[in-house]
Design a protein around this ligand. Structure first.
Ligand code: BV8
Length: 246
């Protein structure tokens, strides 16, 4: 089902040299990965994700949290990038500066061919020592959670609620939001900070801000263009319109 893309938006995008994008769980929904809030299907239905994705939750029940991430890692291993990821990888090639910032931890942007991906919340494929914070690549698969050689528990290399975001990634994302001419917010409920602040930063720096999301969010009333629909349908369409004019 195609969504009408305003000609004014296509023209602003065609004239832009610097574009920034923020993606959330919604862009991976069409690959079959449940969005964050409904990631707790089945066994996880009785837990609050903001409870499990915290240092306190891990300290309280390291086995449960480790197994929640192991289950999510296993479900991600079985899915493919979708046309929304592919369209962003194609769009990246059309601009002098194209910064793709993601809140997702699923590597689907990289697998779709996006070359420069700024991961604000880490990556579920990586595991680190919960004390030394160093990445550990091989560990015993029969322990839950496995331990680092130093004796501490290993944990997923993702940013939990209440934890600081990687400073370099956040600085890159903020600079891109400030310098871009067009900012696309795609598949995010715009509720989690400081990621949710990025489109507002772009807005106050004078960029054209576009939201692509099937439902309205906290951001919708601030943007110049709110395209209500799925990323997998709208992004290929946007790419096609761009190819027509430039
Ligand atoms: C921090 C990794 C400093 C783990 C995640 C300022 C104001 C208010 C609150 C705070 C603030 N600063 C800090 C906070 C607290 C907190 C926060 O923001 N809480 C919220 C809930 C109010 N933030 C933090 O703790 C951050 N740390 O700020 O450090 C600090 C330090 C100490 C004390 C205070 C501050 C850390 C946040 C990172 C948490 N980690 N992920 C994991 O994944 O397990 S967040 C996780 O949830 C995701 O990464 C993602 O970012 C977020 C979910 O958001 P979305 O991606 O938007 O997904 P969601 O399901 O919400 O929405 C999906 C959307 O897609 C929907 O709108 C849907 O309609 C749409 N959709 C569906 N289908 C499609 C689609 N769109 C397009 N196409 C489709 N087909």
């Amino acid at each position: 089902m195609s969504v009408a893309i305003p000609q004014e938006l296509v023209e602003r995008l065609a004239a832009a040299h610097r574009v920034a994008v923020l993606t959330g769980a919604g862009i991976s929904a069409e690959s079959g990965i449940p969005t964050f809030r409904d990631a707790l299907t089945g066994l996880w239905a009785r837990y609050d994700p903001q409870e499990l994705a915290t240092p306190e939750g891990f300290a309280r029940n390291p086995k449960l949290v480790w197994e929640w991430y192991a289950a999510r890692r296993a479900s991600i291993a079985g899915v493919q990038p979708n046309p929304g990821h592919a369209a962003l990888a194609a769009l990246e090639k059309r601009f002098e500066q194209f910064t793709l910032v993601t809140q997702n931890i699923d590597s689907l942007h990289q697998r779709a061919g996006s070359r420069e991906v700024v991961e604000l919340h880490g990556n579920i494929a990586r595991v680190k020592c919960s004390i030394e914070q160093i990445i550990v690549s091989d560990f015993p698969a029969d322990e839950s959670p496995p331990r680092c050689p130093c004796g501490a528990f290993l944990r997923p290399d993702v940013v939990w609620f209440g934890e600081m975001l990687p400073a370099e990634a956040l600085a890159k994302a903020e600079a891109a939001a400030e310098q871009c001419e067009v900012f696309l917010s795609i598949g995010t409920s715009a509720q989690v900070y400081p990621a949710a602040e990025l489109p507002l930063r772009a807005l106050s720096a004078g960029a054209t801000v576009v939201e692509i999301n099937p439902e309205r969010t906290a951001l919708s009333r601030h943007v110049h263009f709110a395209l209500q629909g799925s990323a997998g349908a709208i992004l290929p369409q946007l790419l096609q319109e761009l190819r027509r004019v430039a």
